[in-house]
Structure formats: structure tokens, C-alpha cells
Write a protein that binds this ligand. Structure first.
Ligand SMILES: [Zn+2]
Length: 358
């Protein structure tokens, strides 16, 4: 669900966010809170997530300085995620982007603490962490911003502190190696979070699991990308491939898929020029609605993306993933000389890694 747009970045709220509101209401109800106390607890969670959103905007705006756009900011029960188009690879830039989020909480916290100490209202520090009411809300928000800063700066890659660690390591060593070390530290932290969560807050267990697998996934990506950087599109080029014309029927596409091992095809126009792609997934969608007589022209995915053989394979793979295009024509001197597809690139990575191990 989209709430609003800031600088063109959609800020969304995940459906499961309702879980945390329910959880807070339930815990307070069990503890014998009155209705108005439950309302205050929920107001507290909402303002806390406002701080989290501003934190994510901090990352997004810092990334924008380096020309990296943010696709969206999504709020989950365990926190916010700013989906950057890419992570800046220069360690200095990653460091700034990673620190920009916690810096926002330092600023919010700083302002709130100034208010706590200098406003005419008398706040008592003992009121931190007790039931929220109109009187102690600001004090508790001031405190929670400190916690947000500390928690985010723990070296639990891929959380902010882990990114700080990775970027600092990457100043001194290869980025793949730096990511591997950050991943191990992050996973060790994740296991601690899970144990800690069992004793206190179940959301910590979720955070731990998220970090554990997130770290491994990101390491895998960095490793693959490190491998692909040394390769060109020509290295993964497939020259034996079947093309479809706009006039082919879905029945024909189905038979092609069943008889061969290709799952994605380049669609060409009457002049033999590639105009888009047809995939097994698109076929299934249309067959499910019972329309075998349709032609490729009516359901193919239009795409003008193409590569030349000397495009960096790493660049090409990133474009294919971000555009969700599994097969792309490779063109040289205005002639289609072959295709590359996701499956083949992944195979290259796998074989490359296997050879690297020896
Ligand atoms: Zn952050």
C-alpha cells in the first residue's frame, strides 16, 4: 500500500505491518492496559515508524547524491527497507550512504533531547520504557532514537553497521573478500539476535533470520558480480537459438517448449528485427485463461534491450535482472548474432566458481 511519494520515491507500507500494531495492542491488553493506554502505545509505534521512515529517507537522499535512485521505501514490522537501485561500489560512497540513515536518528534524537531538557514540561527519566501516555511520549521517542542509532550500527551485515564494516574493509582489500568477512560477522550477530529474541522480543528472531539469509544472499551476489566483471557478453553468447515470429500461435509456442529445452524466445518482426521476447511464464498465463488461438503478437513482451558482444557481462546481467528480462538478443553490425539468457549466465557463474575452487 502506497502512502505517499517523497522526491519521487514511493513510501509503502507492507500488509504485515498490521501485525506489529496487533502485537502491541495484544501485549498491552494482556498487561491489563486501559483502552486509552493501548491507543497511546499504538501512537508511539506509529511515531517510531515515522522516525524509521526518515532514517530510510536519509539513506535514499544520500544515495541520490551519487546518482543512485531508490525504487521504494517499504515499512515492515521489523523495520524499513530502502530499495536502492544499486549499492554504490565505491567504499567511500557506501560508507556515506550507510551512515546517513543513523545520522537522521541522531538529529531527531538530539532535537527531542534538547526539548526534554529545556522545555517547561518536567520529564522524569524513570518514565523511559514504561506505559506510554501523552506526558512521556516525547521522552520515549527521544530514547528510542538512541536505541535505533546503536542497533543499526551493530556490525550485522546487511544492516547499516555491517555496511559500514564492509566498506571500511573494502578500502583495504578486495570487495568480495570484504563482503565475506562482513557476512560472517553479520551471521554471528544474527544468531545472537535469535537467542536474545527468544528471551525478550519475538521480532528480534525475525530480524536475526532476515540478517542471516540476507547476508548470505548479498555475498553470493557480490561474488557472482565479481566473477562476471571479468567477462564479456561474448563469453556467455549462445548461437543456437529459436526465434518466434509475431504470427506464431500459442499452440506452436507450447509445442516448441515441450519438444526442445528452450523456455524463452526472441520475437522478431517481418524484417527479422528483434522486437521483444516470449517466455514460458507468459505462455502459461495465457493458456490458463484458455486462449490457445492467440498469436505471439497479442501477448509477447515488447523490449528494445539488446547488447553488443563486447558489453560487460556484469552490466548486462544487472540490466536483465532489474528489468526482469530473461533473454536478450546480442547484435553486432545490425545483425542478431546470438542471445544471452539468465540461465546460461548463472551456469557460467557456477562453472567459474567450480573451477576457481580447484
Ligand atoms: Zn538504515
Amino acid at each position: 500500500m502506497e502512502l505517499l511519494k517523497v522526491k519521487g520515491i514511493p513510501i509503502r507500507i507492507h500488509w504485515s505491518f498490521i501485525l506489529i500494531l496487533g502485537y502491541v495492542a495484544y501485549v498491552n491488553y494482556k498487561a491489563g492496559s486501559q483502552f486509552n493506554e493501548i491507543v497511546w502505545a499504538i501512537i508511539y509505534v506509529l511515531t517510531l515508524f515515522l522516525c524509521v521512515t526518515l532514517h530510510e529517507l536519509g539513506h535514499a537522499l544520500a544515495a541520490l547524491r551519487y546518482g543512485v535512485k531508490t525504487k521504494s521505501i517499504t515499512l515492515y514490522p521489523i523495520g524499513g527497507v530502502a530499495a536502492l537501485e544499486r549499492i554504490p561500489e565505491k567504499p567511500g560512497q557506501e560508507l556515506v550512504v550507510a551512515l546517513a540513515g543513523p545520522l537522521v536518528n541522531v538529529i531527531i534524537g538530539g532535537i527531542l533531547w534538547l526539548w526534554v531538557f529545556f522545555s517547561p514540561i518536567e520529564y522524569r527519566l524513570e518514565d523511559i520504557g514504561i506505559r506510554i501516555n501523552a506526558h512521556n511520549l516525547v521522552l520515549n521517542l527521544a530514547a528510542v532514537n538512541i536505541i535505533l542509532v546503536i542497533f543499526n550500527l551493530l556490525p550485522a551485515f546487511p544492516m547499516d553497521g555491517g555496511r559500514v564494516l564492509r566498506s571500511l574493509l573494502a578500502l583495504a582489500m578486495d570487495r568480495v573478500k570484504a563482503t565475506q568477512i562482513a557476512m560472517y560477522v553479520g551471521q554471528a550477530m544474527a544468531i545472537l539476535f535469535v537467542f536474545w529474541g527468544f528471551q525478550s522480543n519475538p521480532f528480534l528472531i525475525l530480524i536475526g533470520v532476515f540478517i542471516f539469509f540476507g547476508a548470505a544472499q548479498e555475498y553470493q551476489m557480490v561474488k557472482s558480480s565479481g566473477f562476471l566483471k571479468k567477462k564479456l557478453v561474448a563469453d556467455a553468447l549462445m548461437t543456437r537459438f529459436t526465434t518466434l515470429s509475431l504470427a506464431n500461435t500459442l499452440e506452436e509456442v507450447k509445442n516448441l517448449i515441450l519438444q526442445g529445452h528452450e523456455k524463452e524466445f526472441i520475437v522478431i518482426d517481418l524484417f527479422g528485427q528483434p522486437v521483444g521476447i516470449m517466455t514460458r511464464d507468459i505462455l502459461i498465463q495465457h493458456l490458463a485463461s484458455g486462449s490457445k488461438e492467440l498469436t505471439v503478437a497479442e501477448c509477447y513482451l515488447k523490449s528494445s534491450i539488446h547488447f553488443s558482444p563486447d558489453t560487460d557481462l556484469d552490466e548486462a546481467f544487472k540490466i536483465m535482472q532489474s528489468e526482469g528480462i530473461p533473454i536478450v538478443p546480442v547484435i553486432e553490425n545490425e545483425q542478431m548474432i546470438g542471445v544471452i539468457n539468465t540461465e546460461n549466465i548463472l551456469e557460467c557463474i557456477m562453472l567459474g566458481e567450480a573451477m576457481h575452487k580447484k
